[in-house]
Design a protein around this ligand. Structure first.
Ligand code: GAP
Length: 523
């Protein structure tokens, strides 16, 4: 069986081989942590974006869209706090020369202790069988209690150190927890330093006239500065939301794990403006709504979990992540943050303009509070791809010459059909006798509603395998009988079953399976 590491390596090489993702500027040996989406990747990415957009904007009468520019007035980033506080605490191992985020080292250490607790529980559950009382065991078992105490101790120290920006203490926690560098295995650490993650460039043709501007590190600020424009022009009533998808840029130092942490990536963010004092209700609402959005895709529930932030960002009074079990473990996929009135108040102060809402029910003006949902489109892509990538062993075929059974397997992407890059592949059985023309007729029938391809090369088995590998839910084969009775063979990706159907039925069969509507109805 493939290990998680093998699985991840296979997903990466599959992405390249089948036209999902290429390294940026590969002919120049690539640019670190920057990637290009290829012909199939771009379709999958667009479909994920559409699913998010439809569920957020089309399905909520009180959420509207926005597409703000990447470049913003530089004062935006002073006001938002990013110039002063958008930092990562970094630490280097002197032996391996590898750089790490200090907070991540500590959080991973706590996760390891957590895993020890789970192991104890698992062992005890096996030992006691049906009589096992997990709650009681967690509350009373001395080893479990010792682990819990350890986690609490580290957490309290860590929280305090971060709140006080005490980098010396952060380093001391790493030393005291005896955390070692995963590469060198040593504890030879440098001091912890802060590093700002924003990219900057110059606007203006002559250097004396130019001013430093930043590439936005989050799309959210484009929404905040447009809050009143949208509210007034759209006559929006609180509570209401503004949704946006677009590129964001961060000079990530520890950029590894393929498209998980990139320097140029895409976010899908929604800022929900609410009456002050109601933000915790909306925070709970959006936590649940967003988890539902993920689960509606049919991925097993156990692949998701919530993780509450220990260190709250400078703007938040509550925050959590929806974590997904990637091949390299549970990691953040989406953030849900209660951002208070921090951003709007800061923009009021720095711009000198009022950013207030007149609430007719209260007969009073106020700066709204904000609950945001923020998901990385690339990370969602990776979650789906790594979950969908499946190596399947199939019943062996008998070799006609040797009479022996031969290994048979396929790689299939079990993507939710409505997200698959290509919905239908149409194959003429042979490239002659009018079959390509008939296949083209079917292709033309379906292409207005769905992404379709036509393929004539290779034998049918190979063509099936190629479509399985990119997740195409349907293959349709046109053979000589099709010319006589207007029927074709349709083959289903997941079951590999084939059946003969009338061409007149095709639209309905395909539509039933690839429609987004059924998924949206679950939300
Ligand atoms: N506006 C809030 C915000 O930007 P965040 O937690 O820093 O919050 C939100 O980012 C989401 O953006 C993350 O959950 C992740 O999915 C994605 N993201 C952040 N940094 C990323 C990176 N370097 N590469 C890919 N995705 C990233």
């Amino acid at each position: 069986m493939a290990t998680n590491e093998d699985h991840f390596k296979n997903v990466i090489s599959h992405s390249k081989e089948y036209g999902f993702i290429f390294q940026s500027s590969e002919i120049y040996d690539g640019l670190s942590a920057v990637y290009d989406y290829a012909q199939n990747g771009v379709e999958l990415k667009k479909n994920i974006r559409d699913y998010w957009w439809k569920s957020m904007v089309q399905m909520h009468e009180n959420i509207v869209g926005l597409d703000a520019a990447i470049f913003m007035h530089p004062t935006t980033w002073k006001a938002s706090g990013h110039v002063d506080a958008f930092n990562d605490p970094l630490i280097d191992n002197k032996d391996s020369k590898k750089r790490y985020r200090a907070d991540v080292l500590i959080e991973e250490h706590m996760a390891k202790i957590e895993a020890k607790i789970d192991k104890e529980v698992e062992k005890a559950a096996k030992r006691f069988g049906e009589t096992f009382d997990e709650k009681m065991f967690r509350q009373t078992n001395p080893r479990v209690l010792e682990h819990i105490h350890k986690i609490e101790e580290i957490e309290t120290r860590f929280r305090k150190a971060l709140e006080e920006n005490n980098l010396g203490e952060v380093r001391q926690i790493i030393v005291d927890c005896e955390i070692v560098c995963p590469v060198s295995g040593s504890r030879n650490w440098t001091e912890v330093r802060q590093f700002n993650l924003m990219f900057s460039t110059a606007m203006g043709s002559v250097s004396e006239d130019s001013s430093v501007i930043y590439l936005r590190p989050e799309t959210a600020q484009g929404i905040f500065v447009n809050f009143l424009n949208v509210q007034k022009s759209g006559r929006m009533k609180i509570p209401f939301g503004i949704a946006q998808t677009g590129k964001a840029f961060r000079n990530e130092i520890v950029a590894r794990q393929f498209i998980f942490r990139m320097r140029e990536f895409e976010q899908m963010e929604m800022q929900f403006f609410v009456r002050p004092g109601t933000e915790m209700e909306w925070y709970a609402y959006w936590k649940e709504a967003r988890l539902k959005w993920h689960k509606a895709l049919g991925t097993p529930d156990k692949k998701y979990r919530f993780h509450d932030h220990i260190k709250l960002a400078h703007y938040a009074n509550a925050a959590c992540d929806i974590e997904f079990e990637f091949p390299f473990g549970f990691k953040e996929l989406e953030g849900i943050h209660s951002r208070t009135d921090f951003d709007l108040k800061q923009h009021e102060q720095f711009s000198g303009k009022k950013l207030q809402y007149f609430d007719p029910e209260l007969n009073q003006s106020y700066v709204p509070y904000v609950v945001e949902t923020s998901i990385g489109l690339d990370r969602m892509f990776l979650a789906l791809l790594s979950n969908a990538y499946t190596e399947e062993k199939l019943p062996g075929t008998i070799n006609a010459t040797t009479g022996k059974e031969e290994d048979n397997s396929r790689v299939v992407l079990n993507l939710p059909p409505f997200l698959a890059p290509i919905k239908v592949a149409v194959f003429p059985l042979m490239a002659k006798d009018g079959l390509p023309e008939k296949a083209k007729e079917i292709f033309d029938l379906l292409r207005f509603d769905h992404m379709c391809v036509m393929e004539e090369k290779d034998n049918i088995g190979k063509r099936y395998r190629r479509q399985d590998a990119i997740g195409t839910p349907f293959c349709i084969t046109v053979d000589p009988q099709s010319l006589e009775d207007n029927t074709v063979t349709i083959r289903y990706r997941d079951t590999m079953l084939q059946e003969r159907v009338a061409v007149a039925q095709l639209k309905a069969i395909v539509e039933e399976k690839v429609s987004m509507r059924k998924v949206l109805e679950k939300l």
